[in-house]
Design a protein around this ligand. Sequence first.
Ligand SMILES: Nc1ncnc2c1ncn2[C@@H]1O[C@H](COP(=O)(O)OP(=O)(O)OP(=O)(O)O)[C@@H](O)[C@H]1O
Ligand SMILES: [Mg+2]
Length: 366
Amino acid sequence: MEATYYIGLMSGTSLDGVDVVLVDLRTTPPLLLGTHFCPYNNDLREALLSLHQSDYDELHRAAMLSNQLSYLFAEATTGLLESAGVFPEQIIAIGCHGQTIRHCPEPDKGYTIQLVNAALLAELTRITVVTDLRSRDIAAGGQGAPLVPAFHEAVFKKSDCHRVIVNIGGIANITNLDPHHFVTGFDCGPGNVLMDAWCLQHIGKIYDKNGLWAATGQVVPALLDALLADPFFAHKPPKSTGRDLFNLHWLEQKMRGSESPENVQATLLQVTVMSISRSIHTYCLGAEEIYICGGGGHNSFLMSQLTEVMQGKKVALTDRLGITIDWVEAFAFAWLAQQAILRKAGNLTGVTGAKGGRILGAIYPA
Ligand SMILES: Nc1ncnc2c1ncn2[C@@H]1O[C@H](COP(=O)(O)OP(=O)(O)OP(=O)(O)O)[C@@H](O)[C@H]1O
Ligand SMILES: [Mg+2]
């Protein structure tokens, strides 16, 4: 049986679960043949969150969680293959992001850690696994993130229209597809990560569905200014970030303490909106069309606020471009696996700031 397809496994900063896609990359545009989402339960989410800081016996706990994730990723993969009627032998490779617990892309001493036991995943699925896709870019002086812009370029760039792709996951990142310029892009700040954390702490829900709770609050101007004054926002790209910076501790340091929870939620939503719109206005001059992907695209209140501040520019979901918002990131990691297998660079120097194009990832053969 000939191997023709790829699998993408994306488990992002939001810790909501793992997105799995089965894709055929031979066609233009590439085809999405099947999808599956496997949510994390509360225990797994909390165990992963606790590894974001140094703590007791963390090496052992990280290794055990890597195993646990690999069983879950394998189950999600085999489930998807069975429902699509595709055999493991038909898959060239799985592109597996792994679960980020630390991201410190400092020059010369930088590192990034994504949990997964790729050897175990290859053993369980009998499929080649490509993982650790960020480290080589960091070793070459880059940020190691975002990595999706190269995929956005491959599938969404047009020669007659200036598009911007905005992924609103835990962190938000933008890709500038100017037809007359090489591709640029960067993490522009928190996407859902702070809204999710605040929402869980105050109303016990893992996210604010459709932004309904945020919509009951009022933006607190002093808090909004204090949050947006963080040097990360003014920092010129290349730049990337994560929970290492944007967490509840960061938020609480900037609060007076008297703000009502719903007003804080409204303000956090506005931080996401303002950081995205300012980034586009500053670094994507002449942008005509803005396409949103990632879970934030489901937040109708966030989308309406973003559309309002983008003043006249077309704002739509990537569904319009043929890939629904929930699967773009996982699709990108399937594509990055193909780049590794074909020995092609997966990073863009105009995005990550690496010294050059690099083949990304570690390959664990089937
Ligand atoms: N209906 C909805 N209303 C509001 N927010 C939503 C809704 N659906 C999803 N979300 C948000 O989307 C998040 C998940 O988005 P996504 O999976 O793109 O993030 P991620 O896993 O961090 O991805 P990545 O790091 O790859 O960008 C949820 O945690 C939640 O905040
Ligand atoms: Mg997710």
